[in-house]
Ligand binder design. Structure first.
Ligand code: SAH
Ligand code: F3S
Length: 481
């Protein structure tokens, strides 16, 4: 693969891997979670072997693929608007083919081909290796669809083509699917049962990234703490594993420990952690390695034990608080972030107050907050009436957003006067004279460029901040350099 360096608007170099002989053009865009962005890099790799190079220009594309999200109704509406846009371009360029990938493809299946004339191909998250065959069907004028969910597929054998990469940070997926069946969530239906990827292929991918100059890897999965490799197969079938398989099984703490030890000049993050599966071993690995970042995304969804039960989350408010206590004790200085849902069916004002008080207890650095959106087919949709009026959902959402912002400002302020280690990722949005990167706790740090370059690890003395950004001055390379 040849590396093409392009300049984007902020002057950041994008590394696009292209094959010189490839004549066809693929336009691929992704919506939703990081897993989708990561999956699109696998799809781009599969298509690179079929004669496609990626393009950022929709008008010149031979094939347009959209990797879709079903998590909330709004996410699906966004994708529908994009499909309208492709339809308009297709009128000018009738040879262009359009495919839908990801969770919406899985959820709507053949309905897509029936109702959306624009769509030529529908591919679920476990069927990307079938895309070459599906394209052949499309060429022959047939509708092409594969939405079969797999017990084994982890794409461990495919080297992703890094898309829109800054050449410094990358995502490496370690698990697929989810077994948790939270009652509000469509993911277990669209992404299938949980399975883990072989450690060897994970390490090889990181080795390859390291050789290419990448400095930070985020290990990715719907529930990374539940990672368990025992020779293949579904997580739920672990009980059936042989004694030998169990003796050599690798869990998340071991995987993280291996990554951090083998690549001391790279730093590691992971996402997402489900509170029920987060064990102290992982916390001790975080405390042991300087290059495992001090940040955990720990979605809670609600501060009310009653609502947590209705959501089928496997912990109470108190258990979550105890976990947070242990995290702060074992990994001092760590930052936490949350996902929260307001207006889940039956949520009362008292439940909402429980959410606010939990937020004050935990003091999250960041938060991703949503109004409940009923998803067809989920347990909540089947069993519970979506009975919290829209305006109440919105008001409660605003209250938690406002509280999160005021906590975030205080949390960010704690760094003022300190020196933090930053990996330089890109130019600052506001000024080409400044670099932007993140500290270990995941807070964005902006500082004058000096003689440093993208990919450098530097110590930055923090002089000022806003609620989400630290401002400072680089004082030299850090120990990671
Ligand atoms: N474990 C996953 C969670 C995926 S969904 C992960 O890797 O992040 C991301 C977030 O979307 C959830 O944590 C939840 O807060 C929110 N969400 C999921 N379903 C939702 C729904 N039906 N309505 C509103 N928000 C939802
Ligand atoms: Fe969804 Fe719960 Fe899994 S939020 S992705 S079912 S952990």
């Amino acid at each position: 693969m040849e590396k093409v360096i392009e300049e984007n608007k902020q002057g950041t170099s994008l590394v696009l891997e292209q094959k010189a002989d490839n004549k066809k053009k693929l336009f691929i865009e992704s919506y939703g979670c990081q897993m989708n962005f990561s999956d699109s890099e696998i799809v781009a790799s599969i298509l690179a072997d079929q004669g496609y190079n990626t393009t950022q220009n929709l008008e010149e594309a031979d094939l347009v693929l959209v990797n879709t999200c079903s998590i909330r109704d709004k996410a699906e509406q966004t994708v529908r608007k994009r499909l309208e846009k492709y339809n308009a371009v297709k009128k000018i360029n009738p040879g262009m083919k359009v495919g839908v990938l990801g969770c919406m493809a899985e959820r709507l299946k053949s309905k897509f081909l029936e109702e959306e004339k624009i769509v030529d191909m529908v591919v679920g998250p476990d069927a990307y290796k079938d895309i070459p065959n599906l394209l052949a069907e499309v060429e022959e004028g047939r509708d092409a669809i594969n939405v079969i969910l797999s017990k084994e597929e982890t794409y461990g054998d495919i080297a992703p083509v890094r898309l829109n990469s800054n050449g410094v940070t990358a995502f490496v997926s370690i698990t697929r699917g989810c077994d948790n069946m939270c009652t509000f969530c469509v993911v277990p239906f669209t992404r299938g049962r949980e399975r883990s990827r072989e450690p060897k292929s994970i390490i090889e991918e990181i080795q390859d990234l390291s050789a290419k100059g990448f400095k930070e890897v985020t290990l990715l999965g719907q529930n990374v703490d539940s990672y368990l490799w025992y020779g293949g197969g579904l997580k739920k079938d672990y009980e059936k594993a042989t004694e030998m398989q169990k003796a050599t099984a690798v869990d998340f703490a071991q995987l993280l420990d291996t990554c951090a030890s083998q690549f001391p000049k790279m730093r590691f993050r992971f996402s997402t952690s489900n509170p029920q599966d987060m064990h102290d071993e992982v916390l001790h690995v975080m405390a042991k390695h300087h290059n495992v970042c001090n940040y955990i995304h720990l979605p809670v969804q609600s501060g009310s034990t009653r609502i947590l039960k209705e959501m089928n989350r496997q912990h109470t408010r108190e258990e979550y608080m105890e976990l947070v206590d242990r995290i702060y004790k074992i990994v001092p200085g760590i930052s936490l972030s949350q996902d929260m849902i307001t207006g889940f069916p039956t949520e009362t004002e008292e439940d909402h107050q429980d959410t606010l008080s939990l937020m004050k207890y935990v003091r999250y650095d960041f938060g991703y907050m949503f109004a409940y959106s009923e998803r067809p087919g989920t347990l909540a949709a089947r069993k519970l009436e979506d009975d919290v009026p829209e305006e109440i959902k919105k008001r409660r959402l605003q209250e938690i957003v406002d509280l999160q912002q005021s906590i975030a400002l205080e949390r960010t302020k704690r760094f003022v006067g300190q020196t933090v280690e930053v990996l330089i990722e890109k130019s600052s949005k506001k000024s080409d004279e400044h670099w932007s990167g993140r500290n270990s706790q995941n807070t964005t740090v902006v500082f004058p460029r000096g003689a440093y370059k993208v990919g450098d690890f530097v110590n930055v003395k923090i002089t000022d901040c806003t609620s989400a950004t630290l401002i400072g001055e680089a004082i030299g390379y850090s120990e990671m350099q």
